[in-house]
Ligand binder design. Structure first.
Ligand code: PBG
Length: 337
């Protein structure tokens, strides 16, 4: 039997030859639909109040915890690689019930913000607004009667955000998944004259196993229970859209989906439905599994880093928060040289 489509003996039967688009690198460049750039990235940095020199995080090879006064090398590299923003996470000197270092004027993040402003004033400084690294129980809110008390936690989160803005943060990122946190933070900032401080809300933050290495890095694993009563249930995409819609209504400037790789459908849906800038967080576990497989020689790490970040952008993210920011920026630079 003769196939119509593949009969090459008869001329001009095969008119659709998509391989024409892929024949040479110059053509592939021309027809590329998604372009990754170092200006898409936010680089997370951990600052630790107890350290006098940088320490590598065992479960995140290549990522360090830094003393707030020793950020110069890291920041110089970020600037040189044309990454426009950093996201600061803090580990306090001491943890307590109410996470008091989180909103202290001389807290570790507040110090780090002032350092970044001094060393690299051109960078946008984002901060993580949460309590889990600062509380002795490791939850993202205040505990009352064995439960995470939403409204009381929101008050503390607002204090944290204001203290970050006072230190000079450009963007505050509430990540505690408390209801009403964006509205309260917007109001607290505006009341104190910080109407130019942006809010990047971790709107659709799922309860995920992919935060494992971060919790080791930030020593923020909950002492009892888990985060499922406040972070989202991973099967829910419609609820994720409600979270984003509410945060947009409460005044978020940027919304986020987190993690990224197991939630690309959520990123795509959010991009389709909303016009706000959309961030995606390529989280610690997504970083560590690629690093580990790369170190073992099981995967070509460089290739996969760009493939994965491109996928996140193709799904619809405008901004990618990633521990690979510096590596990816270097790879992108090599590819144009
Ligand atoms: C704080 C916070 C977490 C992450 C970002 N902000 C940890 C958590 O919710 O357990 C995770 C980031 C990562 O895994 O890279 N609430």
């Amino acid at each position: 039997m003769k196939s119509e489509l593949y009969d090459v003996s008869e001329k001009f039967v095969l008119r659709q030859r998509l391989r024409r688009l892929r024949n040479r690198e110059s053509l592939r460049q021309l027809f590329r639909e998604t372009r990754l750039s170092s200006s898409d990235f936010i680089y997370p940095i951990f600052v630790d109040h107890r350290l006098s020199e940088a320490e590598e995080i065992p479960s995140m090879p290549g990522i360090y915890r830094h003393p707030p006064s020793r950020l110069k090398n890291e920041l110089d590299e970020v600037v040189r690689l044309q990454i426009p923003a950093v996201l600061l996470f803090g580990l306090p000197k001491r943890k307590d019930q109410l996470g008091s270092e989180a909103y202290a004027a001389d807290g570790v993040v507040q110090q780090a913000v002032r350092e970044v402003k001094k060393i690299a004033p051109q960078l946008a400084i984002a901060t993580d607004v949460c309590l889990c690294q600062y509380t002795d129980h490791g939850h993202c809110g205040v505990i009352r009667d064995g439960k995470i008390a939403n409204d009381e936690s929101v008050e503390l989160l607002s204090r944290i955000a204001v203290s970050h803005a006072e230190a000079g943060a450009d963007i505050v990122g509430p990540s505690a998944m408390m209801d009403g946190q964006v509205a309260a933070i917007r109001r607290a900032l505006d009341d104190r004259g910080f109407n130019e401080t942006l809010i990047m809300s971790y709107s659709a933050k799922f309860a995920s196993g992919f935060y494992g290495p971060f919790r080791e890095a930030a020593e923020s694993a909950p002492l009892w229970g888990d985060r499922r009563s406040y972070q989202m249930d991973s099967p829910n995409i419609r609820e994720a859209m409600r979270e984003i819609e509410i945060d947009a209504g409460e005044g978020a400037d940027v919304v986020m989906v987190k993690p990224a790789l197991s939630y690309l459908d959520v990123i795509r849906e959010a991009r389709t439905r909303f016009s706000l800038p959309l961030a995606a967080y390529n989280v610690s576990g997504e970083y560590s599994m690629i690093r580990a497989a790369g170190q073992k020689g099981w995967l070509d790490e460089e290739r996969i880093v760009l493939e994965v970040l491109t996928a996140i952008k193709r799904a619809g993210a405008d901004i990618i928060i990633t521990y690979f920011a510096k590596d990816a920026a270097k790879l992108l630079r090599q590819s144009v040289e």
